[in-house]
Design a protein around this ligand. Structure first.
Ligand SMILES: Cc1ncc(COP(=O)(O)O)c(C=O)c1O
Length: 396
């Protein structure tokens, strides 16, 4: 939970890097697994080493029943790119429905289904086929509706989006269960399930991008478990290696069978070192019951942060699940206008007070609270006390 900078200053880490070090920094079991593996074998391209085979088998066991195959890769973008390719091949259709604010990585296919200009600006034309529709950002609903009265209008409106923007070649939908880069935006309960039903009715392949949300972050191993959603393809990354680059694409075998052997190959994907690390992550997640800890400590942390809301008018919206909580920072004068400068001030003031925070958001005004999943209740309270102090300091 604690890191030191080059000058010896100590910080409590409320970032996990960028939601990566779910086990905390340098967990002894992870370090040991990497050390031992590095003395045995580090790379042998795509041969089925014991570590690769064990990891694939164990990963499948953590997944919903329909996801019975995995392909091991290195980065989150690798996983989303692979998902897009596999979905195109399987459906024979090139269009993909994605969402405003979405972030699926910085490689070309992934940025072509990004729903935010900053990812695409000045790179020339994106890969054709990305169709972008509003996400369920209820705090700032683009349709000016209110949940639950809206009855998921934004899902029903997807038909209009396809009628106006598709050439009839839409084969899949890619979605984050909560949007990370866009500002830790959590759709209301039932939204993802409603979207799944909408996809099933139209025979669209559902790709869920859990690069960020998987491996206990939201209080369950996978965020899709909250609503029992069963996508046909699932992207896994970040916490899967907890510091070692390791990612995966999980899917239904009938979908993977659309690919010929070798078409998904990767120099580093599933290498013995990364596989040994991910195996250690799986062990520690189970032994230390990290998804449960994320759920329990996350709920306490969120409740304490909610208590700060009345005291600090800059706290516009507080949302999240498990150990992924967004604080939307707004102009205290009207309680709604995004306040990106105040957000930056909060980041720096927090660092001066010994706490690492991150920033996300379509308007650059969401403080990202995402500590390692090993956090104790006491450490969560240390964080809340620092945040309280920081919010008082920046509003002077
Ligand atoms: C939801 C999501 N998908 C994909 C990615 C891309 O992952 P990577 O940076 O490992 O390529 C990220 C990274 O932030 C992400 O949050």
């Amino acid at each position: 939970m604690w890191v030191k900078d080059v000058d010896g200053n100590e910080y409590i880490d409320f970032t996990s890097g960028v939601l990566v070090t779910n086990l905390g920094h340098c967990h002894p079991a992870l370090v040991q697994a990497i050390k031992e593996q590095s003395e045995r074998l580090m790379n042998c391209y795509s041969f089925p080493t014991p570590e690769r085979v064990d990891l694939s088998r164990r990963l499948v066991k953590t997944l919903p029943d329909n996801l019975n195959k995995v392909f091991l890769l290195t980065t989150g973008s690798d996983a989303t790119e692979a998902a897009l390719r596999v979905a195109r091949r399987y459906t024979g259709k090139f269009e993909v429905l994605a969402f405003y604010g979405a972030f699926h990585g910085r490689t070309y296919g992934a940025l072509s289904v990004a729903g935010n200009l900053s990812t695409r600006r000045q790179f020339g034309p994106p890969v054709p086929g990305g169709i972008i529709a509003p996400y369920a950002y209820c705090y700032r609903c683009v349709y000016d509706k209110k949940y639950p009265d809206c009855e998921f209008f934004c899902v029903r409106a997807l038909d209009r989006v396809l009628e106006s923007s598709s050439s009839g070649e839409t084969g899949s939908v890619i979605v984050e269960p909560y949007q990370g880069a866009a500002g830790f935006i959590f759709p209301p309960e039932g939204w993802l399930k409603t979207l799944e039903a909408w996809c099933i009715k139209r025979e669209l392949v559902l790709i869920v991008d859990e690069v960020q949300s998987s491996f206990g972050r939201t209080g369950k191993m996978y965020a899709i478990e909250w609503e029992n959603v069963q996508p046909q393809l699932l992207c896994i990354g970040k916490g899967f290696g907890s510091g070692m680059p390791s990612s995966a694409l999980a899917g239904e075998s009938r979908i993977f069978e659309a690919m010929r052997p070798g078409e998904l190959s990767s120099t580093w994907g599933g290498n013995p070192l990364a596989s040994a690390a991910s195996l250690a992550v799986l062990d520690v997640m189970a032994e230390e019951r990290l998804p449960e800890n994320s759920d329990r400590v996350g709920a306490k942390l969120k409740a304490r942060l909610m208590e700060l809301k009345d005291k600090h008018p800059a706290l516009g919206d507080i949302r999240g699940k498990g150990l992924v909580i967004g604080l939307e920072i707004v102009d205290p004068a009207d309680g709604f206008t995004p306040a990106p400068e105040l957000t930056d001030k909060m980041l720096y003031t927090a660092a001066e007070n010994g706490m690492l925070l991150g920033k996300v958001g379509l308007y650059g005004n969401v403080i990202r609270i995402a500590p390692p999943l090993v956090i104790s209740e006491e450490e969560a309270l240390v964080g809340v006390a620092i945040l309280d102090r920081v919010l008082s300091e920046i509003s002077i």
